[in-house]
Each structure stands twice: as structure tokens, then as C-alpha cells.
Design a protein around this ligand. Structure first.
Ligand code: SME
Length: 151
């Protein structure tokens, strides 16, 4: 079901008319609009030399969590683990930062440039347990394509 979205992801990321930030913004909006259980889509990036993440382009409700220290929340854990984190039920997590009371599930997939974890894509869902391996593979693809324009 996610496979048909790939060509559009590639074409947004290759749009030379837009700067990187605007292309990532469009990716967030495209994923949020195109996949019904993606309610909030955003990119976090390592904040310079600091051991923290900073919010980049996103689509969905504004969040207070524009800075997340490494190790904190699902995002902060992925910054140090370098691994995908799929959360079927956010209530079952102790180390979780709530952005909205409507969120039921979350997936975070790290973004590597030249093998270095430089950020992540973060999706919140208001649907319980919606994410499958298909989402993981798809978001890995998205991040791979994003990494090409960041490299
Ligand atoms: N829930 C995340 C925080 C970011 S918001 O979902 C936008 C976390 O626990 O790291």
C-alpha cells in the first residue's frame, strides 16, 4: 500500500525549485495527507555539537518539544540506539514524551548520512497499533532518499 507513494517522494526531494527545508516540509505534508494513520510527521536533527535533537520541518499540530535531549523520549532513545523504534501503545512506555493526548502510537526511524545518525523521521498516530514492517521499510526508503539531498 505504501509502495505507490515512493515515486512522489523521490520527485518532491528532487525538486530543484525548492530548498532542502521546503522539500522536507513537502515530504511531511505528503506523508501526513497520503497515509490516513499518519497524524503528525516531522524530522528532528542533531543540534550542532549538542547532545540533543532539534525539530525541523513537520506537518500536524505544533509541539512544545522542539528540543529533545539525547536519551529522552522515543526520539532521544533513537538518537543513541541508531535503531528503528516502533511503539504500538505509547501508554506502555515509561520513557516517552507526550505531545498530544490524542496520540496512541509512534514510529521513529533514524536518518543516516555517510553512516552517521544525524536525525530521524518521527510519526505519531491517533490510531492504536497501526505500524507494520511495511512502514519501517517505507520510512527507511524515505530517509535514504532524504540523505541523498543532505549529503
Ligand atoms: N513522542 C516523542 C516526542 C516528539 S513528539 O511525538 C512530536 C518522544 O517520546 O520522543
Amino acid at each position: 500500500m505504501l509502495e505507490p507513494l515512493k515515486p512522489q517522494v523521490v520527485s518532491i526531494l528532487n525538486n530543484q525549485m525548492l530548498d532542502t527545508e521546503a522539500r522536507l516540509q513537502q515530504i511531511c505534508e505528503f506523508l501526513r495527507n497520503g497515509i490516513e494513520y499518519y497524524d503528525w510527521v516531522g524530522f528532528y536533527f542533531k543540534n550542532g555539537e549538542k547532545e540533543e535533537l532539534k525539530l525541523g520541518p513537520y506537518a500536524g499540530e505544533p509541539t512544545d518539544h522542539t528540543i529533545i535531549p539525547f536519551g529522552k523520549g522515543i526520539c532521544g532513545q533513537v538518537a543513541v540506539s541508531n535503531e528503528n523504534f516502533v511503539v504500538p501503545d505509547v501508554k506502555a512506555q515509561d520513557n516517552y514524551i507526550a505531545c498530544s493526548i490524542n496520540v496512541k502510537a509512534e514510529i521513529v526511524v533514524p536518518l543516516f548520512v555517510h553512516g552517521e545518525n544525524i536525525g530521524q523521521v518521527d510519526i505519531d498516530s491517533n490510531t492504536p497499533d497501526p505500524f507494520t514492517e511495511e512502514d519501517e521499510r517505507f520510512l527507511e526508503f524515505v530517509n535514504m532518499e532524504v540523505s541523498k539531498i543532505l549529503a
